[in-house]
Structure formats: C-alpha cells, structure tokens
Ligand binder design. Structure first.
Ligand SMILES: Cc1cc2nc3c(=O)[nH]c(=O)nc-3n(C[C@H](O)[C@H](O)[C@H](O)COP(=O)(O)O)c2cc1C
Length: 371
C-alpha cells in the first residue's frame, strides 16, 4: 500500500470509527449571528463538507470574554446550543462526525467585539491590530487573570464542553495553539507571572493541563482532543523554549487517554514532530505546513498528507483546501482537479459568497453551482 492509499484506510478516535484519515481543520469564518449563535448558513457549509472523516468546527468561545472577533460563535448559552444542534443534525444526516473547537482568545480580543476588556496571563497587549465591526483597531492591554479567574475559566471550559455534547458534537478540541489563551500561558513572552502559572515550564503548562484534564473528567477523555502549534508565531507568540515545553506538555497529557493530539503546521522532518510521535501513545493528528500567505499546492495537500502518515501521523487535518472544495476527500481519493481558493477577504466576512458557493466536482460536471 502506498502512503497515499493509507490515507483512505479506516481509523478510530475513541469509539468513533472513521472511514478514512482526512479531517477538516477548524476554520473561523465569522458567519455566526451577532450573539454568537450558529446560523443555517453554517449548517449548510458544514453539511456540504460532511465527507471529511471528522469535521472540527471552528474556534468557538467558552465564555463571553474569550471572544476574539465579531460574529464568531459561542457555546455558553441555550441559544448557542440550539444553533449548533442544527449544524450537527445537518452534518449527521449526511453521515458526518463533528468535534467542536473550544477557543478562548485571551488577549486576542477587543472590547468592541465582546463588550469586555480581554483577559490574559499577563497584561501584555497583542502587538497587532484586531478586526472589529468598525475595522482594524489596536489591541488593548488585557487584564491579568487572578488565580480565582483561572479556576472560573477552567469551569467555563467544562460547561462549554458539556454544552457541546448537548448540541450533538461527538467531542471537543481544546485550542492550546496559535497564540490564543492557553498558548499565551505556555509562551515566555506572553506569560510573565510569578505564581504557580508562570515561570518554570511546569508552571506554564499548568493551565493547559488543568483545562484538558477537567474537561476530560467531565465528558470522558475519549471525547477530548488538544491542538498545539509548536514553533508557531501567530498572534505575537515567541515561545523561547519550544522543545522542552512541548516535550513536558505532551508527556503530562500522555497518560490521559485523550481522543487525539493535533499538531499545527507539522513537519515530518522536524525532530520535535518525531519526538512527539514517540512520546504520544494515542491518536496523532497532523496539519501539514503547506506554506502560509502563498497559494496552496496544486494537489491541495495530498502529498504532504501522505508524507505525514508515513512519518507516523494517524490522521491529517486540512484547512484551506476544505474551504474551496466541499467534496475534497472524494477529489483527493481520485486525484481530481481542485477548485482554487478565492479571495482571502471572503474568509472572514458574512454571507454565502466564498462560503457555501464552491461547487462539487459532480456539480461542475453537471454544469450546476452549489446551493
Ligand atoms: C480562514 C481560516 C480560519 C482559521 N481558523 C482557525 C480556528 O478557528 N482555529 C484554529 O485552531 N485554526 C484556525 N485556522 C488554522 C487552520 O486550522 C489550519 O491550521 C491552517 O489553515 C493551515 O492548514 P491549511 O494549510 O490546510 O489551510 C484558520 C485558518 C484559516 C485559513
């Protein structure tokens, strides 16, 4: 069997049987209602992509202060549960399986988006602008979380995970990547605390470990994945001690029997990727580095996915290729041509344009467009 053929063999996450190894990565698209409720349009979008072995729904905030941008979804109210239930029903009707990514933005947020001053491990502003309804604005200095706030935030993650199951998700992915709150605790340049959540590596991994273990205790470890982005610099992150901190974090989580560990921008040739594969006893999901800010490769990541499987990944997550190809898995299976991703501005604005109007191969052949 070739490495590409291996992509299309069955896999498991906990009790879930997946018919192949391609996962839709979490993709923020700012299509929720103003109060964070998932919309019918989102149900259509995800249902179109139900052919993914697993879909990971976009970064969704576990509480109001964790909201990053305008029109991103939440999972902390009855309306949020009902909105996401419509999405998971639509996906399940098409045979799809879905986890929800729980994303607390920490300092990646703005009072104009959430109505609240963002919170973070330390009062250090994101050195970038934040997109708001009135355009990009300088980030504000976040309020430093007290230890009592940290305990409350862990509890919010637990409630959010329980809400996600009530909304019909199979499980949740805890976002400890890409410069969001959990990553801000891991990284030296965003965590200047002198209490038990800052300083040593043991202290800086504490918040991620507490969130993950509390959520696993509440909903079952086999329903909990974790996303990490070693070496990632999104949102002003400079980790400092990448090798050691991820070795410690992964070791601390290795005994938990989690659903999976998900690595962003995984490079099969990176010694750290190989080391994590050695330490991590469970399902390893890898998101290949296809280049950022550049057009995607013609094959949409098929070759990179096969290389990661050859290097020991159990599952491969793809992002942008799923945006422009609702039937991505079928196209990769038969090596069919792919739709090209249209303009980047369409990624983070409301509406069907660039969201639900990418055609499947069958629709192109029949001369139709997507709904
Ligand atoms: C429009 C867009 C939105 C994204 N939103 C999220 C998100 O909500 N959570 C997250 O962990 N990563 C997010 N990412 C990162 C993707 O999950 C993925 O790691 C990245 O796009 C690289 O994979 P790709 O090359 O297959 O697109 C986003 C990326 C894009 C392009």
């Amino acid at each position: 069997m070739t490495n590409t053929e291996a992509l299309f063999t069955p896999a498991r996450i906990g009790d879930l049987e997946l018919s192949h190894r391609l996962v839709m990565a979490p993709l923020t698209r700012n299509r929720a209602a103003a109060d964070g409720t998932a919309t019918e349009l989102m149900a259509t979008h995800y249902a179109q992509r139900a052919g993914a072995g697993l879909l990971i729904a976009e970064g969704t905030t576990p509480n109001r202060v964790g909201q990053t941008y305008a029109d991103i979804p939440g999972i902390y109210s009855d309306s949020h549960i009902a909105g996401w239930r419509r999405v998971t029903d639509a996906v399940r009707e098409r045979g799809g399986r879905m986890f929800l990514q729980l994303q607390h933005g920490g300092r990646v947020g703005h009072p104009d988006n959430s109505g609240l001053v963002p919170v973070a491990p330390s009062p250090i502003a994101l050195p970038e602008t934040i997109h708001t309804a009135s355009g990009p604005q300088d980030a504000v200095v976040p309020r430093q979380l007290t230890t009592a706030d940290i305990a409350d935030t862990v509890a919010d993650f637990v409630t959010a995970a329980q809400n996600a199951l009530a909304a019909g998700f199979e499980g949740v992915e805890i976002h400890s990547a890409n410069g969001h709150l959990l990553h801000q605790f891991l990284s030296e340049n965003t965590n200047r605390r002198t209490d038990r959540y800052g300083g040593s590596i043991e202290n800086r991994i504490r918040f991620s470990v507490e969130v993950v273990t509390a959520v696993a205790d509440a909903i079952g470890a086999d329903r909990v994945g974790v996303r990490i982005s070693p070496r990632g610099t999104f949102n002003g992150i400079q980790e400092g001690d990448t090798e050691t901190i991820y070795e410690e974090l992964v070791t601390a989580l290795a005994g938990e029997n989690l659903a999976y560990l998900h690595i962003v921008f995984a490079d099969p040739k990176d010694a750290l990727f190989q080391r994590i594969r050695e330490i991590w006893p469970g399902v390893l999901m890898a998101n290949p580095n296809l280049g950022w800010g550049v057009p995607l490769p013609e094959d949409g990541g098929r070759g990179a996915a096969a290389d990661l499987v050859a290097a020991g990944a159990d599952l491969v997550a793809l992002g942008r290729s799923f945006i422009s190809n609702p039937d991505l898995v079928e196209r990769l299976r038969v090596n069919a041509p792919l739709n090209r991703l249209r303009d980047e501005p369409l990624m983070y604005v409301g509406g069907a344009d660039g969201y639900t109007d990418y055609p499947t191969l069958a629709q192109i052949e029949a001369g139709e467009r997507a709904a």
